[in-house]
Design a protein around this ligand. Structure first.
Ligand code: C2O
Ligand code: CU
Ligand code: CU
Length: 594
């Protein structure tokens, strides 16, 4: 879109969608291939596909392939390009994506040179507690990004002289939720490009996961400084299901659904161009509102909802219980999930980010899942043969006080209870208790920190979300570490959110307990954002769905959210907002365990 049309479109629609007139046929149509109806949106330079024209519930839910690493050992995963049918519906459109493929097994094995079948999402790695896995993550990404790169933010190649054209796309994989050694944690500065360029904290391409933690839904994804939002959007994410003997015996004893009745589901929102290519906002360089060319956004919300890399899929189920390992893998979108407002099929939460709840928790309302969070859910279709239920979402954007969700993003996927029940498989009976006692970090805290979420402005006048401390105010990524817990000490982190939006705060390395939340008022230093004269109101207990081990927590606006963690590995890690547009635009800080 040229500048004149951009201004026209923005003034006509005030940011809403506008159907293109006859004179604005998109380049895709000119190529003579199948194409979706184009729509102009002032955030995108090229027309985007009308999201309401994409068929829903026409394609089955894809199941990521699983890689059995229960015995531990060495694996090779290659990051590379692929084309996939994300939109389905018989449209005949394929989408260039990036994904992961497994190359051979066990490093030097005979198959180690075989080409990897790359997929988005990546294969699900299934590992076992205390059986170390080492993954050689090969960066086979191209020398051109699938999406517009904003070179004005502090990103991997900033100030290095490297370019994507010459060096290829930088990447580094982080195992989210992993109790990982710092050198294997995928620090944002540990990136490496296919051409050999590496980041200042590069620690090799073979990363070790000792799996020294209980069974949980982990996931792996790119974590490169300043382009994580783009690399993950292009497809660089997958599941890592960590088992332990307790979980395996629950499955074996028919206390939890297993085998084909356990599914991992990653929910992500995307936008597309009419020819099927992924679209990501790309405001022109001369835009008066967002200078600097392809520009980082305050957030990204797509209107096409994908589950496991397929738009609005369906799943045919038997009238029995299923275990759903849900992950919100979206850049910015929160989901408030239910089936039309309630649960016509009973849904019971059995686990949070990093392990089981003490007791199964039947849901009596919608389930909020923030970016980066996981929910381990058992849904029960018994007695519902012949019925069809749609998983819906009514989370405003931004969360929680933004616009109401507009169709079609209010739908996620569909369950069709139309398969005969396999009588050979016993129906699981959920145990009364999934862990011996409620999850708690029992060690007395060595100290309490007061941390800050605040909005600043960058040199282009764009809103820049930042972390910081209550006393010092906003701090940039590059400023010296302020959080430096001692080894094997517990700390309470009080996260004061002085912004109008909820931020999902994620700490690497640790699993934490959500203690409580309380409203607060404070005076704000206009320069630094530092808070003083803080008055804290009555604390509220965490939601019943947050009582298990967590690594990501919603910090709502004008609340102080208190968490407690035990820091039990030495080294440099990061904590950040898991809204990827925020993380890429400085809402991330190092912390060091001394
Ligand atoms: Cu899911 Cu620091 O990341
Ligand atoms: Cu993480
Ligand atoms: Cu944020």
């Amino acid at each position: 879109m040229d500048r004149r049309r951009f201004i026209q479109a923005s003034s006509l629609t005030g940011g809403a969608l506008l159907l293109s007139g006859p004179g604005t046929a998109p380049p895709a149509a000119a190529r003579g291939t199948a194409a979706l109806p184009p729509v102009d949106d002032p955030l995108y330079r090229e027309p985007i596909a009308d999201p309401t024209a994409i068929p829903r519930f026409t394609d089955p839910l894809p199941r990521p392939s699983r890689v059995d690493a229960l015995g531990g050992g060495d694996l090779t995963f290659v990051m590379g390009p692929a084309r996939q049918d994300l939109l389905g519906g018989g449209l005949g459109l394929t989408t260039p994506v990036w994904g992961f493929g497994v190359r051979g097994r066990h490093g030097g094995g005979p198959a180690s040179g075989s080409p990897a079948q790359v997929s988005y999402p990546g294969p699900t790695l299934v590992a076992h507690r205390d059986r170390p896995v080492r993954v050689h993550w090969i960066n086979g990404l191209p020398h051109r990004h699938l999406l517009p790169v904003d070179t004005t933010v502090h990103w991997a190649f900033a100030g290095t002289g490297h370019t994507i054209e010459r060096d290829g796309v930088p990447a580094v994989v982080h195992l989210h939720g992993g109790h990982t050694d710092p050198d294997s944690d995928g620090h944002p500065d540990a990136w490496y490009a296919p051409g050999g360029a590496v980041g200042p904290r590069f620690a090799g391409t073979r990363l070790s996961y000792d799996n020294s933690q209980e069974a949980a839904t982990l996931w792996y994804h790119d974590h490169t400084l300043g382009i994580t939002r783009l690399n993950v959007y292009a497809g660089l994410a997958g599941f890592y299901l960590l088992r332990d003997s307790h979980e395996l015996s629950l499955i074996e004893d028919h206390r939890l659904p297993g085998g084909p009745y356990e599914l991992e589901l990653v929910i992500q929102d995307r936008m597309f161009h009419p020819d099927g290519r992924l679209a990501y906002p790309d405001v022109p360089a001369d835009s008066p509102d967002w200078p600097g060319g392809p520009s980082v956004r305050p957030e990204f919300f797509g209107q096409v909802i994908l589950v496991n890399g397929k738009a609005w899929p369906y799943l045919d189920v038997e009238p029995r219980q299923y275990r759903l390992r849900l992950l919100n893998g979206s850049n910015s979108r929160f989901y408030r999930l239910s089936a039309g407002g309630g649960w016509p099929f009973p849904a019971t939460l059995v686990g949070t980010d990093l392990g089981f709840l003490h007791r199964p928790r039947p849901l009596d309302g919608p389930l909020v899942v923030a970016p980066g969070e996981r929910a381990d859910l058992v849904v029960d279709f018994r007695g519902l043969g012949g019925e069809t239920h749609t998983l819906t979402n009514d989370a405003p954007t931004p969360f929680p006080y933004g616009d109401p969700v507009a169709p079609p993003a209010d739908q996620v996927m569909r369950f069709r209870v139309n398969r005969p029940r396999d009588e050979r498989v016993p129906e699981p009976r959920l145990p009364r208790r999934l862990r011996r006692a409620p999850f708690r970090i029992s060690r007395p805290p060595a100290r309490t920190r007061r941390l800050l979420l605040s909005e600043g402005t960058d040199e282009f006048g764009r809103m820049k979300p930042l972390l910081g401390t209550v006393e010092r105010g906003r701090l940039e990524w590059s400023e010296p570490v302020t959080e430096d817990p001692g080894l094997h000490t517990a700390e309470i982190w009080e996260v004061f959110n002085a912004t109008p939006d909820t931020h999902p705060i994620h700490l690497h390395l640790v699993r934490f307990q959500v203690l409580d939340r309380a409203p607060f008022t404070a005076d704000r230093d206009p320069e630094t954002g530092a808070l003083s004269n803080i008055e804290i109101g009555l604390p509220q207990q965490p939601d019943a769905t947050e009582l298990g081990p967590k690594d990501t927590v919603s910090a709502p606006p004008w609340r102080v959210t208190r968490i407690k963690a035990l820091f039990d590995r030495r080294g440099l890690y990061v904590w950040h907002c898991h809204i990827l547009e925020h993380e890429d635009h400085e809402m991330m800080r190092n912390f060091r365990v001394r």
